[in-house]
Design a protein around this ligand. Structure first.
Ligand code: BTN
Length: 248
């Protein structure tokens, strides 16, 4: 058993409300970091922005509890770190790409996502963080108003969960020893290409631009005409690829 694998106490359950809700309540009750749970099915899966997460049997539902030392503003960096861990665990599959901040894509369609729950201590540090991961291994949900993808059942949740956890433990260790810069470089290697057209939807409106990378602090860098702007939050939509010119 590797040191990274030994870090985790992985529990598997058949059915649960939400793996992240279980981790949250254990975190509040003082559970040490390293607890992880993988469920065959969720009845109340949560996605980002308060959406429900369809949780059909055959897909992956995994949550992991960490107690990183660092300020609360670093919480979002753990979604990027989890994205790298997932991309590495799926290295045998083609078309896997990361879209800021928490999407896992396959050939441009949503394969899964990362949900971060966290709490702060009374000094503004992270008390705990729960990394929740949902991946469409067997079924791509329909009717969500966006393209979705699956891995056609070519890998089982109980095979993939330990691989992802091993990579999270690896990057957690790198983060402790060296900070986030190697992880940022790894994230960019797995990300959509620079220049990809995207829109960021903010409370104040929509900003269109092209992907320029991410900053050291994990912010999205978007080229919006004359300048590069950084964004800490917002929902990203990919711009439709340009239609071929019939006269060309
Ligand atoms: C997203 O909206 O893209 C993030 C989805 C995260 C879903 C996972 S499934 C395992 C864990 N438990 C939950 O209730 N949600 C996360």
């Amino acid at each position: 058993m590797t040191a990274q694998a030994a870090f985790w106490r992985l529990k598997t359950v058949d059915q649960i409300g939400s793996t992240s809700d279980l981790c949250r309540s254990l975190a509040e009750a003082g559970e040490p970091e390293g607890f992880a749970v993988c469920a065959a099915e969720q009845t109340q899966g949560r996605g980002s922005r308060g959406r429900a997460w369809q949780s059909q049997r055959g897909n992956l539902f995994l949550s992991a509890l960490l107690r990183p030392i660092g300020p609360a503003r670093e919480a979002g960096l753990w979604a990027l770190l989890a994205g790298v861990a997932i991309a590495e665990a799926l290295e045998g599959f083609d078309g896997i790409q990361l879209k800021w901040p928490n999407d896992i894509l396959r050939n441009g369609a949503k394969l899964g996502g990362v949900l971060i729950d966290c709490a702060t201590d009374d000094r503004g540090g992270l008390a705990w963080i729960v990394i929740g991961i949902g991946l469409n291994l067997a079924h791509a949900p329909e009717g969500l108003g966006r393209a979705t993808a699956s891995l056609e059942g070519r890998i089982r949740p109980d095979t993939l969960a330990p691989l992802i956890l091993e990579r999270i433990a690896h990057w957690r260790r790198v983060r402790i020893l060296e900070g986030f810069s190697d992880m940022r470089a790894a994230w960019l290697r797995h990300a959509l290409p620079k220049g990809t057209g995207m829109q960021i939807r903010l409370r104040s409106g929509v900003v269109s631009g092209t992907f320029e990378g991410i900053g050291e602090d994990g912010r999205l860098l978007l080229h919006t005409g004359e300048r590069v702007q950084g964004f800490a939050t917002g929902e990203i939509w990919l711009a439709a690829p340009p239609k071929p010119d019939p006269c060309a």
